[in-house]
Design a protein. Structure first.
Length: 323
């Protein structure tokens, strides 16, 4: 984003020798109003760029493509389809001829995360897909793709503070798994970015849990978080069992904990009379952060307790099933 021409405009610059030398700047936007928050993806000689643009007063998401390493550019395409409502902060990635874009959008009153796909290298685009549905602020989405696996993260304040959430499709965007919360600390976690290396998912974000704003990193060695999730690499000082979320819940909720060392870990659920109603984990686990889904569809409304026992650490917390 560059204001040398009065308004903020999007410029492009290319290096053909791994960054040692750079070509001249190329201006890509030419309209009254500001163009901002650009994102770029490239494969071989094809370059895909998206950005937010308020030429018509309301921010919309636009796309432009070059097929010759940025020498010439195809006409721009407007991707967001919500007259009168703002769309902003897009991110783009590609895999073969498939191009994927995510952005934040307020057409549904609350900011939500939307997704759009082109199967033919940006020539035509499928209709928008809404990925989130909560009465909270959601922003700064990021997307990465490997084959038919699409990984998306964003910042989300549904639990009070901004936290990082994750969503995945394993069938090219036809269906989507439920949201997974990746952070669970005091303070805000924001501006995430995601990348893939083979099947490993790498995530970074900024976080002010320690008063200062710092950069944190996670990775998931399985590449496709489902069921119990182990996302490693944050330094863990102690065992800790977190409050389930959502709470109250109906019929499912997520329970997460951290383990600084490997141990046999048992996570069970009890009713208010102390009767065991579910065993969620009973096995040896390495050091890491874990999360498991608890589905109480067969249980009655009421107060329940979940307890983590690792040998040296025992912690019980309360949750409420409200049907």
């Amino acid at each position: 984003m560059d204001s040398r021409d009065g308004n903020h405009e999007v410029y492009y610059k290319h290096s053909s020798d791994k960054g040692d030398n750079w070509g001249t700047d190329t201006r890509l936007t030419f309209f009254t109003g500001d163009s901002f928050s650009p994102s770029v993806a490239a494969s071989d000689s094809t370059v895909h760029i998206v950005w937010g643009d308020n030429r018509y007063l309301i921010s919309e998401v636009y796309y432009r493509q070059s097929l010759d390493n940025g020498t010439t550019w195809e006409p721009e395409i407007r991707l967001s389809e919500n007259d009168g409502f703002s769309s902003a902060n897009p991110t783009v990635t590609d895999s073969g001829l498939n191009v994927y874009v995510v952005w934040e959008d307020v057409r549904d009153t609350n900011p939500e995360i939307y997704y759009k796909h082109s199967p033919d290298n940006g020539t035509s685009w499928e209709t928008d897909t809404r990925l989130t549905n909560h009465s909270s602020n959601k922003n700064s989405p990021s997307v990465a793709v490997s084959g038919t696996n699409i990984h998306i993260i964003w910042a989300d304040s549904r639990d009070g503070n901004a936290e990082i959430y994750y969503k995945c499709s394993v069938d090219g965007g036809t269906s989507w798994q439920s949201d997974t919360r990746l952070t669970n600390f005091d303070g805000s976690s924001q501006y995430p970015s995601i990348a893939l290396s083979g099947t490993v998912v790498h995530i970074v974000w900024y976080d002010d849990r320690d008063a200062n704003t710092e950069i944190y990193y996670k990775r998931n060695p399985t590449g496709n978080p489902t069921g119990i999730i182990n996302i490693n690499s944050e330094t863990l000082a102690e065992f800790k069992l977190y409050q389930n979320y959502p709470n109250p819940f109906n019929p499912s909720t997520k329970i997460s904990w951290q383990a600084p060392v490997g141990s046999h870990q048992v996570l069970k659920v009890f009713d208010i009379l102390g009767n065991e109603v579910a065993t969620l984990v009973d096995e040896y686990k390495e050091a890491g952060n874990y999360e498991v889904d608890f589905n109480a569809a067969s249980l009655s409304s009421g107060v329940y307790f979940y307890r983590l026992n690792t040998g040296d650490y025992v912690k019980t917390m309360k949750m409420v099933l409200l049907k």
